[in-house]
Design a protein around this ligand. Structure first.
Ligand SMILES: Cc1cc2nc3c(=O)[nH]c(=O)nc-3n(C[C@H](O)[C@H](O)[C@H](O)COP(=O)(O)OP(=O)(O)OC[C@H]3O[C@@H](n4cnc5c(N)ncnc54)[C@H](O)[C@@H]3O)c2cc1C
Length: 386
């Protein structure tokens, strides 16, 4: 006889990915609980920028998934769910020097090949943006992207009345059998039908063979100026290089300037191979700020009021890990979104909820979602290959 279940599904991790999965399952009528060791948006989702950007994604799987997620995020915003969190805005990508010019050319080619909702409106010099500085040689204006602070989206998703909040409570261990999963939640046993682990950088604590590595990023917040002075994000092409070729390949600071709805600016971000959210240093901040001010001199009139670090969950092969664990179909992981989790969260939440309910991904996404399967790191499979 099947054992009684406390919940149909337990989501471990109340970041944006876990929150989106939970909302989609609750909408489908399932009894869902969300546990977090600290609380909603306690880790990367609450310490990040919120670019919902196709431009910054690697061509291929990531750019296609980002395109789908951008369209679906817009739909959820139009339906009211993400309305308070998501805002459409233009994106500006700027460059100076040979490497950044080549990165901008590659960006234009990528967007043309995708033929999606993000398009190049203008390609020229600093005159395209009022207030642009001498640090900009070439500027591309993009339409179609948006911005969504992670903490706002998490709050919106978790407000669903069918979601049971269980925090603070840490998942210490789990054991899956044919009919469900036994979970040690803060020392107390819980039985659920399916466990979805959306644990970000903490993934290896429960799944030691998944190669999820911490990658820190420092961010700066300024005081408020006139709202709307900079109409959209201003991104150095070096940032595109850092994301497509790996950190450290870019010669110039990979700065992103994001105007917030408050009139403040969020300026980021570094890529550092450590997991310490308390590590913020003047050399890195100065490096980012100098390039930001050269690109947009009005920033010199703002004061820095805060600097902090967020920790991204990076995967050794540069792709997130999403899907059932080999041999344990009742345990599904969704992790390793590095600098792309805010953007991808809507589509990934919908697709993981589909997996839980036994639905196949839509034909449009099947191959790209299959490319994210944890089975690619399965030690048993590696032994067979070797
Ligand atoms: C500096 C910086 C800038 C970024 N900018 C962008 C951007 O512009 N656009 C974009 O798309 N993405 C961006 N990102 C990436 C984005 O923030 C992440 O990809 C996303 O937030 C990951 O969400 P998540 O739900 O997977 O993980 P997290 O938000 O890290 O959530 C994991 C949760 O699991 C909980 N947890 C851990 N262990 C346990 C346990 N054992 N039991 C219970 N709970 C546990 C944690 O408390 C945490 O709340 C940025 C990230 C950083 C750091």
């Amino acid at each position: 006889m099947a054992k009684a279940q406390d919940h149909d599904v337990l989501i471990a991790g109340a970041g944006i990915v876990g929150a989106s999965v939970a909302w989609h399952l609750a909408e489908a009528g399932l009894k869902v609980a969300v546990a977090d060791a600290t609380g909603p948006a306690a880790a990367a989702s609450g310490a990040s920028d919120g670019a919902v950007s196709v431009a910054s994604k690697k061509p291929g799987v990531m750019a296609r998934l980002a395109t789908g997620s951008l369209l679906y995020t817009r739909e959820l915003a139009a339906r009211g769910l993400l309305g308070p969190a998501y805002a459409a805005r233009p994106s500006y990508v700027f460059g100076a020097g040979e490497d950044e010019m080549a990165a901008i050319d590659a960006l234009i080619a990528k967007l043309a090949a995708l033929a999606g909702p993000v398009r190049v409106c203008a390609d020229g010099g600093p005159k395209l943006l009022p207030g642009a500085g001498a640090g900009i040689e070439r500027l591309v204006v993009l339409a179609g992207e948006g911005h969504m602070p992670g903490h706002k989206a998490v709050r919106a998703y978790l407000a669903h009345p069918r979601i049971t909040p269980l925090w603070p409570a840490r998942i210490n261990a789990f054991a899956a059998d044919d009919s469900g999963v036994e979970v040690d939640l803060g020392g107390k046993p819980l039985r659920v039908g399916v466990l979805v682990a959306a644990l970000g950088t903490s993934t290896p604590a429960l799944f030691p063979w998944l190669p999820v590595l911490p990658r820190a990023g420092q961010l700066i917040v300024t005081d408020a100026g006139p709202v709307g002075a900079l109409p959209g994000s201003l991104t150095a092409a070096a940032y595109l290089l850092a994301k497509t070729e790996g950190p450290g390949r870019e010669a110039l600071p990979p700065v992103v300037i994001d105007p917030l709805g408050t009139g403040q600016f969020l300026i980021g971000s570094s890529r550092e191979e450590h997991a310490d959210p308390t590590r913020v240093d003047f050399a890195t901040l100065r490096h980012l700020l100098a390039r930001a001010a050269a690109a947009y001199p009005a920033l010199t009139e703002r004061r820095v009021i805060r600097a902090f670090a967020g920790i991204r969950a990076a995967v050794s092969d540069g792709l997130p890990i999403v899907g059932p664990m080999p041999g344990s179909p009742r345990v599904i992981v969704a992790t390793g979104f590095e600098g792309d989790g805010i953007c991808l969260s809507a589509l990934i939440g919908r697709e993981v909820a589909g997996m839980v309910r036994g639905a196949s991904p839509g034909a449009e996404w099947a191959a790209d979602i299959a490319a994210l399967a944890p089975a690619r790191f399965d030690p048993a499979r590696q032994e067979c290959v070797a």
